[in-house]
Structures are given as C-alpha cells and as structure tokens.
Design a protein around this ligand. Structure first.
Ligand SMILES: [Zn+2]
Length: 853
C-alpha cells in the first residue's frame, strides 16, 4: 500500500512545518459484540498550526473507508485524497482544523484495536496496541513520536462495559444500550502512547499515596484488570505490592512526581509483546495472570516487566525520543531500571543474576548477527523501527548503562537523570541531550565512552593470559581483548580456589579499567595460580568471557561447586557462549548440564539451562550423536525430577524438561500415567498448563490422537486451551497435520495472532524433520508475497517461525544463501530477518562440526 511506510525524512519534514495543539477522538465500538461487524466508527478532530501556510502535507490513517474529511471547513474528496494509508492535506493555513470520519477495522493481529471473544463465556474484549505506528489504524493521526499533543477521547461502548484510557473519565452518559465515556484531556503525549481498553473486564482497585518534598500529597488511584474468566487466578495484591514499591523507588530516585494521574494495569488477551507503557494505562500480556503453578522465576519476571513499564512513565512517556533512532533512550533505560529497582525495592534480589543469565544472552546473540547495529541506530523508516525492538536496543543498551553506572558512579548517574527529566519534561530528545546532563553531573567527557559503547556495534571477548613460575606463582597476568574494535571496560577479576570442603570460593577480587587489545595486571603477579579465573566477575561490563586452560578444566570438574550464584551464572553463560561459538563440543556442554544442573539453586538459571540444553541438542549437536544425547538428557531429566524436593519449583521445572525431552517408551508411559492419574510424582501437581505440555510431548511423538486432544479442550474450553490444542494438533507427526497447519497460516489471513503462533510452533517440531523438509522450497518462494500482503507483526512471525531451523544441513543453508543472493532489493526488514535465520543456521553447522571433533 503506498504510504504505509513512513520515512524519517518525511517525519522530519512534517515536524518542521507542523505543531499540534490538540486531538479530539471519538470511537464508537458498540458494533464490537456483533461478530459480523468488521469496523467501528472513528471521528478525529485535529487542531494544528503550520509555519508554512500554502504548502501540503498528509495525515496518517490505515482504514477500510473514509466517510468524510474536512480541512478548515472545506471538504476533501476521499476518493482522491485518501490512498488507504494517508489523506493528503493539500493547502495548509496557519491555523488548521481537520475533521476525519472513518470506518476503521477491528484487528485480529494485535495491531490497532484488537477484538477478542472469550470462548469460556462468549464475552467480547477490546484493547489497543500501537507502537511504533498503529494509532493510525484507529484514528487519523500525525503518526510520529515528536508531534506530541493533548488527546481528548470519547468512547461509545456497550452499556455493560468498562472503558480504560490514559486519562480518567470525566463523565459517563447512558444512551440506551450504549454508554458514552468522556475522558479528561491527557498531558501532551505521542500518538503511539494513547490507549483504549474496553470490555466487561474484571477490575481490582487500590491506592498509592505519597508525601512530596514540597509538603503536598500525591494521590495515584491504582487499578488492575483482566478478563472475567481469569478473575479466579488474578493475584492483584502481589501486582499492587510491586507497583507501590516501584512508585516509591522511582519517586525517590527521579524526583519528578508521577505526571499522569491514575495508574491502570490491564492484562489483555492475544497480546503480541510483554507489555506496553501507555501512560496511566499499561497493557500486559495475560500470560502474566498465572492459572497454573509457575516458578518463582515467573513472578520475578512479571515484577521486572511491571517495573520496566513504570520506568517508562518517565523515560519514554514524559520524555520521548525524537525518532526511532533513539529508541534505546527509553528501552535501554527501562530495561536497566527494571532490574535495578527490582533489587533495591522488591523481594526479588537476584535480578542481576537473571539479567546476566537471560538478558545478556539475548544481547550477545543479537550482537553477533551480521545485522547487528550500534545501540543508537540508523532507523530509516517504520519497518526498520519495528525490527529494532531487539536484543541490542533493550538488553545490550541496559548492559551498557550498567557499565556506565560502574564508570561514573551511581550518584552522578541519578543526578543526571533528574536533570534530564526537569529539562525535557513533555518534550523529545536525542542522544546528545542525555550525554549533556551526564557529563555535567559526572564531570567526565563521555564522547569516547559514547563512541565506543553507543555508536559502535559488536561484542568483545576477554581472555585471561597467565604465565607462571615453577612454583605455580603468577609471573604475568594479562587480559586480552578480541573483537573488531577494542573498548574501554570497567571490570572486576575474581580468583577462585577450592575451600576445605571442596567448594569453589573467591579468594581475590580486583577492579580495574581494561583498554586496548592487551592489559597487563601487575597487582596479580606473585599470587599462586588459582583454580579458576573469572573475568568480568560481578558482571560489570558487557563482553564474552573466555578462560585459560586450567580454569576450563576446573569448570568441567566443578562448575556447580561455585558457591556464589552470580559467579556461577556467569560461568554457565560463558560455557554456553563457547558452545555457540563452536569452541566447546555440544556434548561437553550437555555433560556439564547433566552433571551440575541438578544442584543449581537459582530457578531462573535452571530454566535457562533447560532451554539451552534442548536447543543445543536439537541444532548444535552432531546429528549422528543426537539420539544418544537425547537419551542422556531424558534420563537426566527423569533422575532429577525424582530427586527434586516434592512440590518445589525445581520439581516443576524438571517435569517440564522431561516433557520436552522424553525419548523412550517408558518415559512416554510415565507422561501418560501422570495425565491419567495412574502415575504420581510425590508433590507434583499435574495442573492444566502442565497437562497441555504433557499432551504436546505425546502428540509430537505420535503417542496421542486428535480425539483425546480434543477431549482435553472440552475440559479446558478457554483461550489458553484453544491455543494449546492448536499447537498439539499441528505437532502430530503426520503429513496431513503439517499440511493443515501450513495452510491455516499461509492460505488464509483469518487466524488471530495467537493461533498463528500456535500453528507455527506445532508445525516446526525438531522430532520429525522428515515431515517438514519438503516445505523449505515453498517457504523461500513465498517470502516476498507474505511480506507485502500481511501486517508486519504477522509477517515477522511467519518469516521467523517457518524458517527451516531444524533442517540443519548444507542444502538448507544453500537455499537461504540463494534467496539472499537472488533478492537484493527485497524489503530491508525482510532481508534482515532472513539474514538472521541464515546466520543461526550457519552457526549451528559450525557447532555441529566442533561437536563431531
Ligand atoms: Zn519498554
């Protein structure tokens, strides 16, 4: 569609001549409860000024139909002015009023105004999601972050519904079967941050109160909502506890009162991402409402997301990046603040371990793709922007901020942050605005730091280099830095030895700056050579850690005996990177997991190990050895499941891992017995989500049929049950099941996002590669068509999800190569996705070669 993409230049030109005074938006969603109604009525009035009267510009709107458009009282002909994505505003005046009345579409893809019908009770639920640029699917808008304005929303909805929005409602008027909700004007915010959540949502309320420095009292009404059928599982108390702890923390540190009045947190169905920081109306994926037992890691993860979004109220909502190049300005900060505040203000004290273990793994992976980019990115258009919500913008950016705090100190960092809010409140910023305040408060020149860390892509490796004398004392200790561009790092070095009971404990720690390719550390000369050298101990910087030979030997014999949880997580992360880089045979990595995962106390670390071990077996192991490895993993899972404390998180994690690795008849019999209630593991509750996981294992192995899977849905006729059933049916190892899943996604665009995901996940199972190998050619042939015809959210899932990731052979790599060579002018965002999948595959082949020895 012409004009669907928006370039940085177009946005810049528009911002140069426009300033927006206000939006008035009226949405009539009374039609939502009628499944046959595809659209809702949207009326927008924009009051704006132009510094270039007489010139033309455009307003964005992705809608099936424009009923009328008037500019300064003059009718514009939709037939010529509207192309499906933009309305041309031909002649601007100095003061302008634009009124657009349109029919906008209910969304099935989670982009725009999403409509969902709950299978449990037939109720209809709506919510909006826009970032980066989907407000234009709901109302006419100048869709770019730097044209901020106050928004006044009115929503006409079925009478039995509640409506949530960024601002509080001022008035509700009954109109027969409908009610009209008129909301107060918002503060000046960006278009992508506006939100509407409407439906018969279940709500719980609480209140936050705080004395401010000026003696006044800040009152923030709190609400938390979910679908009615999830209400029995909704632990709003825990959500409010974390919310209040976060509000306390951010008020202490940011010294800028929460600017958006109330604070609603809405858990919504079929949500594409984790959460979205709409001011005063945060939306979350509803998987965070736990209807079955989850581990403490899941509660920690949810608290992290709550705090991440809350940090955005200041970083992102109050102060917003000018354009998507500086997306990191908000995402890196929110990601960093999520973990930082979690440790300082909540009961989740191991957030830095999780950060080292999960977030950094995401960053390291992304940063080694050929498509990696500096943290401050070059975002040419909206498709670029969409793909930039990635491991660099979030996790690497947050890692670099952690390094910055180590570099300038906590006090200077927060002093800078406080100035930044005061100086730029309700405005838009670029990188330089942040560096300005940080340089002021730290007294340091950050030009070199910013150049190395924010404006240069890639990850460095740090390796210890030791020479020792005949008595085993260190004569020289150096840190060697690899990578295209060496960086300045603030790091700690830990030396570890066995204590009296054989545990590996830290005996020395020094902190220093590392520059260039080789840094000699004279302080360590003369010490006895330790059993283990851990560079980047305490995880201050962002790098891949390597080991000297002796340290690696120590890890093979005793990784699990490192007593410190963070040090152990760093060691696990390092051996994972060695495996991914083809420097440690996959079977050696799996041997470490089999030997030491059972004693891993950190539940989040353990669950990551499970994920990584499964991935290692499926794609990094030598295919000839894979059956043996599979057997070892399944036996290990069963052994640890039986050994785990009854009712513990560890027991649940091992049960799930057994379901994912089950390999032999006896193991499948156990899974079936657990489902039937004829087998028991003491303390293990086989609740609904675990049941579906067991069914998936049986289905993928061809040990369960469609009939009994459908029977399980009858017992769990919910949204979640429907997604699980869809995945199980697509996982059945028959040509017919694969064809049906493929066709459901490719031949029709009727499926909602959640079921697209379930179909793809079930289709692409590692167990029966023979059943999907025939789709490789079709996949590459369809890519461009999919990209041009589907919404970007769905297209991204199809391109990433149907890539033949388990066909780890030279033939598939050649097919990916051929597509890339043959399509140099395909959409850059599409090429980026394929390049990344291609790179994953090439990496898998290198790891397999290493594993073959
Ligand atoms: Zn965020």
């Amino acid at each position: 569609m012409p004009g669907k993409n928006l370039s940085r230049e177009e946005a810049q030109q528009r911002a140069d001549i426009l300033s927006v005074d206000s939006y008035r938006v009226h949405l009539d969603v009374t039609s939502a409860v009628d499944p046959a109604a595809a659209t809702f009525r949207s009326t927008t009035t924009i009051t704006f000024r132009s510094s270039a009267p007489g010139t033309a510009t455009f307003v964005d709107l992705l809608a099936p139909a424009v009923r009328s458009a008037t500019l300064n009282g003059r009718a514009l002909d939709p037939g010529t002015a509207f192309d499906g994505a933009r309305i041309t505003l031909d002649t601007l005046a100095e003061q302008n009023v634009l009124v657009v009345e349109a029919d906008c579409a209910y969304s099935r893809t989670g982009e725009g105004l999403h409509r969902f019908v709950d299978p449990a009770d037939g109720e209809t639920y709506l919510y909006t999601h826009y970032e980066p640029a989907d407000a234009r699917r709901v109302f006419a808008t100048f869709e770019q972050p730097d044209l901020k304005a106050p928004f006044s929303f009115t929503v006409t909805a079925p009478a039995a519904w509640d409506v949530y929005h960024n601002a509080a409602h001022e008035e509700i008027t009954d109109q027969g079967a409908a009610r009209v909700w008129r909301f107060a004007p918002t503060e000046p915010i960006s278009t992508y941050l506006t939100a509407v959540v409407a439906g018969p949502y279940h709500v719980e309320r609480d209140h936050y109160r705080r004395r401010l420095a000026d003696g006044s009292t800040l009152e923030i009404p709190l609400a938390a909502t979910c679908r009615r059928s999830l209400a029995p599982y909704f632990d709003a108390d825990e959500i409010f506890t974390v919310t209040k702890q976060g509000l306390d923390f951010f008020h202490e540190e940011f010294d800028f009162p929460y600017p958006f009045g109330k604070y609603d947190q809405c858990f919504v169905p079929e949500y594409n991402i984790g959460a979205m920081e709409n001011p005063g109306c945060v939306t979350f994926r509803e998987d965070f409402v736990f209807r079955s037992k989850v581990t403490e890691a899941a509660y920690e993860g949810r608290a992290n997301v709550i705090l991440h979004e809350m940090a955005h109220m200041w970083f992102g909502d109050l102060v917003t990046m000018k354009w998507w190049d500086d997306l990191w300005l908000k995402e890196s900060f929110a990601d960093f603040m999520g973990s930082f505040s979690q440790i300082e203000a909540t009961r989740y004290r191991s957030a830095w371990i999780t950060f080292a273990n999960k977030r950094k793994a995401w960053a390291y992976r992304q940063d080694q793709f050929p498509t990696t980019h500096p943290i401050t990115a070059d975002i040419r258009d909206l498709e670029d922007a969409k793909l930039n919500f990635d491991g660099i913008t979030y996790a690497k950016g947050a890692s670099v901020l952690k390094q910055l705090v180590a570099y300038v100190g906590r006090d200077a960092f927060f002093a800078g942050v406080r100035q930044y809010f005061k100086r730029h409140a309700y405005g838009n910023t670029v990188l330089g605005d942040l560096l300005d305040v940080l340089e002021q408060t730290s007294g340091r020149d950050l030009t070199a730091w910013s150049g190395a860390w924010l404006q240069t892509a890639g990850v460095n490796s740090l390796t210890p280099q030791l020479t020792c004398d005949a008595e085993g004392r260190i004569t020289e200790f150096a840190v060697v830095q690899d990578g295209a561009t060496p960086r300045p790092h603030r790091i700690a070095i830990g030396l570890y030895d066995r204590d009296a009971v054989g545990a590996l404990v830290r005996t020395h720690r020094i902190e220093l700056d590392v520059h260039g390719t080789r840094t000699v550390v004279p302080e360590l000369a003369g010490l006895p050579r330790p059993a283990l050298v851990l560079l980047n101990d305490d995880d201050l910087t962002y790098c891949k850690i390597r080991f000297d030979d002796r340290s690696l030997e120590t890890l093979r014999d005793g990784l699990g005996e490192i007593t410190d949880g963070l040090a152990r997580a760093l060691a696990w992360s390092a051996v994972w990177n060695l495996t991914r880089d083809g420097l440690m045979p996959t079977r050696d990595y799996l041997a470490l997991v089999l030997r030491f995962a059972g004693q891993e106390s950190g539940i989040g670390v353990l669950q990551s190990l499970h994920q990584q071990a499964k991935l290692a077996l499926d794609v990094y192991a030598d295919p000839a050895w894979r059956p043996e490895g599979a057997q070892l993993l399944a036996e290990g899972a069963l052994r640890e499941l039986r050994a785990a404390a009854p009712g513990s998180d560890h027991q649940l994690a091992w049960a799930r891992f057994l379901a994912q690795t089950a390999h032999e008849e006896e193991q499948f019999r156990l899974l079936r017995g657990l489902l039937a209630g004829t087998a028991r593991i003491d303390g293990l509750e086989v609740d609904q989500d675990l049941r579906w996981l067991l069914w998936l294992a049986l289905a993928a192995a061809g040990k369960a049929g469609a009939e009994e899977l459908n029977a399980e849905l009858a017992a769990d006729n919910t949204a979640s049950g429907k997604q699980h059933l869809t995945e199980c049916l697509a996982a059945l190892p028959t040509a017919g099941a694969k064809a049906a899943a493929w066709s459901a996604v490719i031949d029709s665009d009727e499926l909602p996002n959640a079921l697209v995901e379930a179909q793809i996940s079930g289709f692409n199972q590692p167990g029966r590669r023979d059943l999907t190998v025939g789709y490789t050619e079709r996949y590459f042939a369809l890519l461009e068509e999919i990209w041009s015809q589907r919404s970007i959210e769905i297209a991204m899932r199809i391109v990433g999800g149907f890539f033949p990731r388990y066909q780890t052979d030279e033939r598939t790599l050649a097919a990916a190569d051929a597509w890339l060579t043959g399509h140099p002018s395909a959409a850059p965002a599409l090429r980026r996705l394929v390049l990344e999948c291609h790179d994953d595959l090439a990496r898998a082949l290198r790891a397999q070669a290493c594993d073959r020895g």
